[in-house]
Write a protein that binds this ligand. Structure first.
Ligand SMILES: [Fe+2]
Length: 221
């Protein structure tokens, strides 16, 4: 997917990235909610490493702050009981199918994740910023997929919608998108290369599609 140069604005970049995720993951749908949750639970437990790897590339203090805030939130904002991946796992454990979703992580999934961390460490600043923009762009779509999947593994809808994990994320995603927009202003002022931001964003979207979509795992039970 390539955006023509004249269409390169931050809003267009975010929209294009979101659209790509919708086309590849949301529209085909999630065939196995249990698998999706297992993969997302793994990704969720490891995602602060992506923020850290991106942070290592970023020289602009204002953007370092935004990224540190996102990572801090993921890590429970100083409260070990509120670490996002822990909240998600607590919710998943309420499913009668919880046993199926436990167990060890698919080695292919772990390999893909390590590959992304390594790639991110070698990106330049603008690509690394783009990667985080790409990671955040489909946040609401992902929240929707998570809700449907949690209900799909027979957790009562009410329990899902009122859960701390979902309530926090409705709030947090709004904040992340706002910090995303704040970042945009800083990015433009700093004269970042939008093409590089787009490339980093596209890398993140392809990574997400590989991690949770059916593309790479077709046929996987
Ligand atoms: Fe989170």
């Amino acid at each position: 997917m390539m955006l023509p140069a004249e269409n390169l604005s931050i809003e267009n970049i975010e929209d294009a990235l979101r659209l790509e995720f919708r086309t590849q993951v949301v529209e085909p749908g999630i065939k196995s909610p249990a698998k999706f949750l297992q993969r997302w639970s793994y990704l969720s437990s490891q995602v602060p490493r992506l923020h850290g790897a991106a942070l290592a590339r970023i020289k602009i203090p204002d953007i370092q702050l935004l990224l540190a805030e996102i990572a801090y939130g993921e890590c429970g904002s100083g409260n070990r009981d509120k670490i996002h991946s822990k909240l998600l796992n607590e919710l998943i454990r309420q499913s009668p199918q919880a046993d199926v979703m436990g167990g060890s992580v698919d080695p292919e999934l772990a390999r893909l994740f390590e590959e992304a961390v390594t790639a991110l460490c070698q990106m330049n600043q603008d690509e690394a910023i783009g990667f985080i923009v790409g990671l955040e762009a489909p946040a609401y779509d992902i929240l929707g997929l998570l809700k449907r999947s949690l209900i799909g593994v027979d957790i009562p809808a009410d329990t899902v919608l009122r859960s701390e994990y979902i309530v926090i994320h409705e709030e947090v995603e709004k904040m992340h998108q706002e910090s995303g927009h704040a970042a945009m202003g800083i990015i433009l002022d700093a004269g970042c290369d939008l093409r590089k931001i787009y490339e980093g964003g596209d890398y993140a979207i392809q990574f997400l599609i590989d991690m949770v979509g059916e593309r790479r795992f077709l046929g996987a039970a």
